[in-house]
Ligand binder design. Structure first.
Ligand code: 3PG
Length: 400
């Protein structure tokens, strides 16, 4: 971004890809983290007199307009945060977007409607994506530039992330740069002990990251729904808990190879139903349970996990330990979060990745500043840690 600002952007059209994919409940934003994280890059461009056009997605619409996934609430919040009117185009690259783009004056900002309303954004066909990218370029004009600042989407080979960077002079925004600095810090010359905490519902989503990190870390704590496939792999019944039958053998293999670093919960909060007022009991994972479903790690596990985390010098955490949205099953996730906060206060470098973990932290009233970094990227940060090439970053290196 510094290079672009040094070149001068006053009066130029600058297309910015941001990740404004925030959770909504009844049209209300429940965690504005990604919007707030997008503001610094936008503010610098606006202050420098650019005509800023922001493109972003919300959710996974089916390639056509869907009123429930309009960016209207996001435009409103962005206006408040920037202290400027953020216009929202009624379409992605249609006549309204074009007319509004033409009407921009220096320091104005326009948000295009949800880019995924256009099926070409996520098309597997390069030519289709390029057509949409070309339409985006038309909005900023011939002397325009592209700033890639949506860290949460850089792992997607999509028109507004990847293809457009081939058509315009392209730059990484400050958010992307910061996220990369942090991820580099937890992948190279990491201060030991290094503890990684993985949760969330599916083992299959975390398989590659377990493979990549287990040989490098001192402790790999596994909780959340994904833990039940491991517990089953150890031979204990898990009742009606989340289970990926087809992953049991894979989990057995991971335990054989990395059993010395993998820490599984040894007790579980079992509920008779998936509800905030369920009746609960504690089961030891060595015995397992045949009825009910595990919705959180048990109190003994919280204590053990917390002890390991408190003494770590580097921590990466992705995925909740239980159904933290229900207060009765939030203790595991809260205990892990608080232990990481304590370690951070003692000088550890801590990174929280993934929308659910970030939302959990904020719902517990913990400040973002209590951690070294809260990443805006869930899938993106995991893929980076897996060692995968991220298309949205690779294209900046080759074309930017
Ligand atoms: C995210 O929520 O992780 C990013 O916004 C990417 O969204 P996607 O997984 O729908 O591509």
């Amino acid at each position: 971004l510094k290079d672009l600002l040094a070149e001068g952007v006053s009066g130029r059209g600058v297309l910015v890809r941001s990740d404004l994919n925030v959770p909504l409940e009844g049209g209300e934003i429940t965690d504005a983290g990604r919007i707030l994280a997008s503001v610094p890059t936008l503010r610098q461009l606006l202050d420098a007199g650019a005509k800023v056009i922001v493109t972003a997605h919300l959710g996974r619409p089916k390639g056509e307009p869907d009123a429930a996934l309009s960016l209207a609430p996001i435009a409103a919040r962005l206006s408040t945060e920037l202290g400027r009117n953020v216009q929202l185009a009624g379409d992605v690259v249609g006549s309204d977007a074009l007319a509004r783009a033409e009407g921009l004056t220096d320091g104005d900002i326009l948000l295009l409607e949800n880019i995924r309303f256009d099926p070409r954004e996520t098309s597997k066909d390069d030519a289709e994506r390029t057509k949409l990218a070309t339409a985006l370029v038309e909005l900023v004009g011939d002397d325009g530039a592209f700033v890639s600042d949506g860290f949460g989407v850089v792992h997607r080979k999509q028109a507004s992330v990847y293809d457009v960077a081939k058509l315009l002079p392209s730059y990484a925004g400050d958010l992307v740069a910061t996220e990369l600095d942090v991820l580099t810090r937890i992948t190279t010359d990491t201060e030991q002990p290094y503890a990684v905490v993985l949760g969330g519902s599916k083992v299959s989503d975390k398989l590659a990251v377990i493979e990549a990190l287990a040989p490098k870390v001192d402790t790999l704590v596994i909780g959340g729904g994904m833990a039940f496939t491991f517990i089953k792999a150890q031979g204990s019944p898990v009742g009606d808990s989340l289970l990926q039958e087809d992953m049991i053998d894979t989990c057995k293999d991971l335990l054989e190879r990395f059993g010395d670093v993998i820490h599984l919960p040894h007790d579980i909060v079992v509920a008779d139903k998936f509800a905030p007022d369920a009746a609960t009991s504690i089961a030891m994972t060595s015995d397992g349970f045949t009825e009910g479903m595990g919705l959180d790690i048990g109190p003994g596990s919280v204590e053990r996990f917390a002890a390991v985390l408190r003494s770590a010098k580097t921590v990466f955490w992705n995925g909740p330990m239980g159904v933290f949205e229900f207060e009765m099953f939030a203790a595991g996730t809260r205990g892990v979060a608080e232990a990481i906060v304590a370690a951070t206060a003692d000088g550890a470098f801590s990174v929280v990745g993934g929308g659910d973990s970030a939302a959990a932290v904020r719902s517990f009233g913990l400040s973002d500043d209590a951690f070294s970094h809260i990443s805006t990227g869930g899938g993106a940060s995991l893929e980076y840690l897996e060692g995968k090439e991220l298309p949205g970053l690779a294209v900046l290196e080759t074309e930017g």
